[in-house]
Design a protein around this ligand. Structure first.
Ligand code: TLP
Length: 344
């Protein structure tokens, strides 16, 4: 039985056309700055985000961690949303790699308001840590793919500028936010000093992320990327997949959002499943199962046996993610299977 894999949009496999683009890629040694396809991708993404420069990284985690490392000093404090990827799913890397403290602030559906962030900024007393960076996530993964309101970002930016605090955007799924709202990546990115984006999630490339910012910040990040072991050689093969993904798979992200709406509508009638309709905004569906006796991993195991793969975001939250390797029929089929399992 073919399983319907809704664990993440990272599970997609490169299409034959994407593989053809990869195999045709011109390459060179990128540690010498000689890979023409990487150079082209970095230029394209810098332009798309309205930034001076961009740097290819193997993963979104590395891009985020480079943003922290290049914009902080040991002992600084970085404000993050409590459910953010940087705080929850990056293995404590900020403590290990940048020796910074994270100051988590609880947002609503992943969104931090300026009125919450400002009081979290440390005062200038000599024994306080120094707040130097604020990180936002758009779309917000754990909250269920929620989109950051542009107006709030704008207000946060002016409040942080007044206090000399930089801003980083974890834009692993910024493409989804843009596809849904029609607000361009550049419009979102203009309020941030650095932005990380991924090609290996909704866009369907096998590997690859990028950090964009000023020349100065990106040159610092380049040095740290080498220190982190991320200086790659003929990586144009992967950059070609990313270029293909950017050009061919960005528009279609709205189809994934539609698939999640279909799934959310169907699953919301299941007893013990709590779905917040306000959180159903892009390609992620977070389902609160705290009303059930089973925990997330038990339920996921049961569903997997019947052919639907979901992931857990916590003991009481399961997640379904739509992507380009699952079609609407499979989404409907997975909803039927979940209904059947839950009615047993
Ligand atoms: N997220 C993964 C898991 O780690 C949870 C997923 O399946 O969604 N920022 C955000 C907002 C992310 O969702 C992810 C990946 C990353 C960064 C890290 O990207 P990678 O996995 O490329 O290091």
């Amino acid at each position: 039985m073919k399983k319907i894999d809704l664990r993440s949009d990272t599970v997609t496999k490169p299409s034959m056309e994407m593989r053809a683009a990869m195999s045709a890629a011109e390459v060179g040694d990128d540690v010498y700055g000689e890979d023409p396809t990487v150079i082209l991708l970095q230029k394209k993404v810098a332009e798309l985000l309205g930034k001076e420069s961009a740097l290819f990284t193997p993963t979104g985690v590395m891009a985020n961690q480079l943003a922290l490392k290049s914009q902080t000093e040991p002992g600084n404090e970085v404000i993050v949303e409590e459910e953010s990827h940087i705080f929850n799913f990056e293995t404590g890397a900020p403590a290990i790699l940048s020796q910074v403290m994270l100051r988590p602030v609880k947002g609503e559906l992943g969104i931090l308001r300026t009125s919450q962030v400002v009081p979290a900024v440390r005062g200038p007393v000599y024994y306080n840590p120094v707040t130097t960076l604020l990180c936002l996530e758009n779309t917000h993964n754990k909250a269920g793919g929620t989109i950051y309101p542009l107006e709030e970002i704008r207000t946060l930016r002016s409040a942080m500028q007044e206090r000399n605090i930089r801003m980083h955007l974890d834009g692993a799924r910024l493409w989804n936010a843009s596809a849904e709202t029609g607000i361009s990546p550049k419009e979102y990115a203009q309020y941030f000093d650095t932005v990380s984006v991924c090609f290996s999630k909704g866009l369907g490339a096998p590997i690859g992320s990028m950090l964009a910012g000023t020349h100065q910040t990106i040159e610092r990040a380049r040095k740290f990327r080498k220190i982190f072991g991320g200086g790659m050689r003929q990586v144009g093969i992967l950059a070609a997949a990313a270029i293909f993904a950017l050009e061919r798979n960005r528009e279609r992200l709205k189809e994934d959002h539609e698939k999640i709406r279909i799934l959310a509508k169907s699953l919301s009638s299941i007893r013990g499943f709590s779905i917040n309709p306000a959180a159903v905004q892009t390609n992620i569906l977070a389902i609160d199962i705290s009303g059930l006796k089973e925990n997330a991993s038990e339920l996921i195991g049961k569903l997997a046996k019947e052919g639907v793969l979901l992931s857990s975001m916590s003991e009481t939250t399961i997640r379904a993610v739509a992507h380009l390797d699952v079609n609407q029929d499979e989404i409907r089929q997975s909803a039927e299977i979940i209904h059947r399992v839950m009615e047993q």
